[in-house]
Design a protein around this ligand. Structure first.
Ligand SMILES: [Cu+2]
Length: 147
């Protein structure tokens, strides 16, 4: 009986450890308007996925985007910075993970506007199809991923 319990505990530990190593904590800074609800939801989504979020509250997110160099046509609500990359808008943690894994020679990635069904923009099971766009210092844009 005792050994079965030990086995069960070992199992739980192994699963927990595997999960933990799979999802390392990442520091990310999010610039957002304090009144933006979907931005707050996106922050919560990041925290739920083991990101260590620092919120920079600002009433002028456009000024931040300009300063950081987010192309105007890729603008969304919030702007985030992680590990030297810009993450603009309602992006999934998988896309962020992919960005940090492959470290392409770009400035950042963006989901322009606020497509329904993206993290923080959930509405039932509806997902508006959209692309994640990468942008670089020269203003080149490419499809980073399709959703
Ligand atoms: Cu939003």
């Amino acid at each position: 009986m005792k050994s079965i319990l030990m086995l069960a505990i070992l199992n739980i530990l192994t699963v927990t450890m595997a999960f933990a190593s799979d999802a390392p904590v990442k520091d990310i800074v999010v610039y957002k308007n304090p009144e933006c609800g979907c931005c707050t939801k996106w922050v919560k989504y990041l925290q739920d996925n083991n990101y260590n979020v620092t919120i920079e509250s600002t009433r002028d997110v456009l000024a931040v985007k300009k300063r950081l160099g987010v192309p105007e046509k890729l603008a969304a609500c919030h702007t985030a910075v992680i590990d030297g990359y810009i993450v603009e808008g309602h992006i999934t943690h998988r896309d962020i993970k992919r960005l940090l894994l492959f470290r392409p020679d770009i400035k950042g990635i963006a989901v322009p506007g606020m497509p329904v069904g993206t993290p923080g923009m959930e509405s039932g099971s509806t997902v508006q199809s959209h692309n994640v766009i990468s942008f670089d210092e020269q203003g080149n844009m490419e499809v980073f991923s399709e959703h």
